[in-house]
Design a protein around this ligand. Structure first.
Ligand code: APR
Ligand code: PHB
Length: 393
């Protein structure tokens, strides 16, 4: 089999890239290790920046997002028993769209299937070949048969644990990483959200986040030690722990119910440099990871894919490789800005196991300054809604 662009990974990055390339008439094949249902079963974040909203609209997949998504003009910070609203819309003129990544993935998957585009699910033993030469190709096993996919380019959209980054010679790649000494225990429940906007809390019990997927489906997180196992957390224990973080009003409004998903995610910051190796490009989680505090993961993936899609379209339609040659540099500038914000917000909002009381007092002092300074709130707001694509250019 031959295609123009072989896409490794059928998550949000791979699916969005495939849609952008198809729209430009560029043939592409997605090789996905899991089944489609497995991919949809992953529960991830749900805050879309304008760049991600625009990308879905661009490929004609935004209708359900606009119908069912929730437009948010602000979020709240909870500390010292009180909530303080960051009015993003008045500070920046922008909003965010609350729409679960699972739904983004579902919309992209359904669109791809409706267009009859090729996605090979349960593609096993994927290996990348000659991506630094002139005959890049991918070998994989499907239904026990070995296949070769010849291509012009390979897009590594296969996430943090994928094969693409692992296929790059060690001497050709630099990795930067910070692992945080705690995790997020997340719960999804078909209960009305405790508030109409997100609440990020820093309390004596650590970090908590009150989020949502719809007016009838809530998403909550509480900080837990890395040693905790989800089996140790009954629904009742989770709700009790969440209540400890909430202010009186939120506690009174909290509606509890059975969990429909519950899991613990570790937090890390990670960046691989560069993101291009000959005819192989890394995009999304394959190239970088952010702690979920700043809700940047999916949005960074969307920006990478926008840059990569434009570069490949320029190659095929205008016989120019300027975009390809600048892909890594353009992505990394935006990635490091989001890494910085996500790191800063994570350091501000969590309790660290070995911290002195001094660290928590400084966190509270910074939060107190932040919510009383329009300049500081504007800085947080412009990073949260997403810096303009041409920022700093
Ligand atoms: N071969 C084929 N597919 C693979 C392989 C492999 N060797 N390894 C991983 N995959 C698939 C995974 O099964 C997954 O479906 O690649 C896909 C990668 O998807 P994600 O991990 O969701 O990464 P990405 O598409 O970049 O989306 C980034 O997901 O993890 C969140 O916070 C992150 O919101 C961000 C988004
Ligand atoms: C979520 O709704 O899952 C979510 C929202 C905001 C975050 C992280 C996760 O910062």
């Amino acid at each position: 089999m031959r295609t123009q662009v072989a896409i490794i990974g059928g998550g949000p990055s791979g699916l969005l890239l495939g849609a952008l390339l198809h729209k430009a008439g560029i043939d592409n094949v997605i090789l996905e290790r899991q089944t489609g249902d497995y991919v949809l079963g992953r529960i991830r974040a749900g805050v879309l920046e304008q760049v991600a909203v625009a990308a879905l609209d661009e490929v004609g997949v935004g209708a359900r997002m606009h119908k069912e998504g929730l437009v948010h003009g602000g979020f709240e910070l909870l500390f010292g028993g009180k909530r303080h609203r960051i009015d993003m819309h008045s500070l920046t003129g922008h909003i965010v769209m609350v729409y679960g990544q699972t739904e983004v993935t579902r919309d992209l998957m359904n669109d791809r299937a409706a267009k009859g585009l090729t996605t090979v699910y349960e593609a096993k033993e994927v290996s990348l070949h000659d991506f630094d030469g002139t005959t890049p190709h991918v070998i994989y096993v499907h239904n026990g048969q070995t296949h070769r996919l010849d291509c012009d380019f390979i897009a590594g959209c296969d996430g943090f644990h994928g094969v693409s980054r692992a296929s790059v010679p060690k001497q050709a790649i630099r990795e930067y990483e910070k692992v945080y000494p705690f995790g997020w225990l997340g719960m999804l429940s078909d209960t009305p959200p405790v508030s109409h906007e997100l609440i990020y809390a820093n309390t004596d019990h650590g970090f908590a986040l009150c989020s949502m997927r719809s007016p009838t489906r809530s998403r909550y997180y509480v900080q837990v030690p890395l040693t905790d196992k989800v089996e140790q957390w009954s629904d009742e224990r989770f709700w009790d722990q969440l209540r400890l973080h909430l202010d009186d009003e939120a506690r009174a409004n909290l509606v509890t119910g059975p969990s429909i998903e519950k899991s613990i995610a570790p937090l890390r910051s990670f960046v691989a440099e560069p993101l291009r190796f000959g005819r192989l490009f890394l995009a999304g989680d394959a190239g970088h990871i952010v702690p979920p505090t700043g809700a940047k993961g999916l949005n960074l993936a969307a920006t990478d894919v926008k840059y990569l899609g434009s570069a490949l379209i320029e190659h095929y339609q205008h016989k120019s490789d300027q975009g390809i040659d600048h892909y890594s540099e353009r992505c990394l500038r935006r990635i490091w800005r989001a890494e910085r914000f996500s790191w800063w917000f994570t350091m501000l909002m969590h309790r660290f196991p070995d911290e002195s009381g001094f660290n928590h007092k400084v966190q509270l002092a910074e939060l107190d300054y932040l919510v009383h300074s329009e300049s500081a709130m504007r800085s947080v707001a412009e990073n949260y809604v997403g810096l303009p694509l041409n920022f700093g250019e």
